[in-house]
Design a protein around this ligand. Sequence first.
Ligand code: GDP
Length: 225
Amino acid sequence: MTHDSGTYESGTSEAETIEAARILFARPAVFLMGAAKIDQLPAPDLPEVAFAGRSNVGKSSLINGLVNQKHLARASNEPGRTREVNFFVLDERLRLVDLPGYGFAKVSRETAKKFQNLGRSYLRGRPNLKRVYLLIDSRHGLKAPDKEAMDALDLAAVSYQIVLTKADKLKPAEVEKVTAETLEAIRKRPAAFPRVQATSSEKGFGLPELRAEIAQACEIDLGGI
Ligand code: GDP
């Protein structure tokens, strides 16, 4: 939950960066496409950040919260787009990529495997992928499927950061505790970004910081916003 104080980039304060990112994320965000197969991905011509996590972790809510729209990303209990890799374009400058949730409770093993393979193929071969946000329910902490996902990301050398979701369901001291435990658990993981961001899509906290990090991961010139 803690943040480095001081400057993000030379001459820009954290508050200025967060404000510029707020403005960026208030610009139009639109659904571009859903890819059900690896050969359907859009051209890698904009920076992308991807969101991954177990089903029901709060992924749709987080994407919707980041762009201040209620229905851009759909919840996993709705049919349709949720089993594809979904691409959203923000301000025609970057893409938010919604990966299929893992640990599917309601589909067959075979179906689950197919979508995980699609997610993995995307993660392995995407030159414009700047960072993966691995969402963890703050009440549950890291579970076996999350560790498998981190193993795969470490192996593929894809930079990822842990985001704790639904932090409003815990007391602040509990959030601090799970943040510290998670940081310790990822300390030796080579591709893990050494920061854990606690968020609540319901209450909005942690979202301004996450917007700023996404803008920076995508190397958006926030000075020009
Ligand atoms: P997804 O399956 O990962 O896309 O998860 P959803 O975004 O559909 O969220 C799953 C459930 O968790 C829904 O009932 C949401 O209302 C709830 N949820 C999501 N984010 C939050 C949050 O920040 N706080 C709380 N209290 N509930 C949340």
